[in-house]
Design a protein around this ligand. Structure first.
Ligand code: CA
Length: 226
């Protein structure tokens, strides 16, 4: 899951980014309104935390521009503007949630969890397919009920495949959603993480639970694939 934090107070921005990174998300940051709009239009983020009072461009204008092109990306406004009229304006312009400053990191994280689950119509904190389970809060994977220790990237790949059951996910899509901008995204590096993930799951399951459909991408093996 890939997030963008737009916030001009660097310390707040970096604190949010660190805590979300620790919670398992890939996180980019932006301190300026105009730059933020460029990033948003160029990349495919799952969720954006958006401040309103920004240098360069107001957050509300960014939101309106984004919504003309894209209804999918979730937007959580995080602003010191706390009047009811501000909240109504933000939600009417297409924000999915609105939080007022000062705020608690724990609440922000909970709201982000809720919004990103909603994107994939996933109500449970645990994702599941056959003998594989993934706990999205604890960031733990299980195969046949046994915990399988995975790296951060392997967790990200498994989570994304479980959120997209039933369809193949291409390498390019995995790079967009599981990697952040700081990582150079060779397809080779995806292959390395993917094969290590498959090897670890296979060692517990006795079979490889990931299918690689040539020209389409990767998907979790389901009943209908057997
Ligand atoms: Ca601000």
């Amino acid at each position: 899951m890939r997030l963008l934090i737009v916030e001009d107070e660097k310390q707040i921005c970096d604190t949010i980014a660190k805590s979300l990174y620790d919670a398992g998300y890939e996180v980019d940051t932006c301190y300026d309104g105009e730059e933020a709009l460029e990033c948003i239009l160029a990349e495919d983020y799952d969720l954006i935390v958006l401040d309103l009072n920004l240098p360069g461009m107001d957050g509300m204008d960014i939101l309106r521009e984004l919504r003309q092109k894209n209804e999918e990306t979730k937007v959580l406004i995080l602003s010191a503007r706390g009047q009811i009229a501000d909240k109504v304006e933000g939600l009417d312009a297409g924000a999915n949630d609105y939080m007022e400053k000062p705020f608690h990191l724990q609440e922000l994280e909970a709201r982000i969890r809720s919004l990103t689950r909603r994107k994939f119509v996933q109500k449970d904190i645990c994702l599941e397919s056959g003998e594989i389970k993934f706990n999205t809060i604890r960031r733990e994977a299980y195969a046949k009920g046994k915990m399988v220790p995975l790296t951060r990237k392997e967790n990200g790949i498994l989570e994304y495949l479980l959120l997209n059951l039933g369809r193949p996910v291409s390498q390019e899509e995995l790079i967009e959603h599981v990697w952040d901008a700081s990582v150079d995204s060779f397809s080779g590096s995806i292959r390395v993480h993917m094969s290590s993930l498959r090897r670890k799951l296979k060692s517990v399951l006795g079979y490889d639970p990931v299918l690689n459909k040539v020209g389409e991408g990767y998907k979790i093996r389901e009943e209908s694939d057997k």
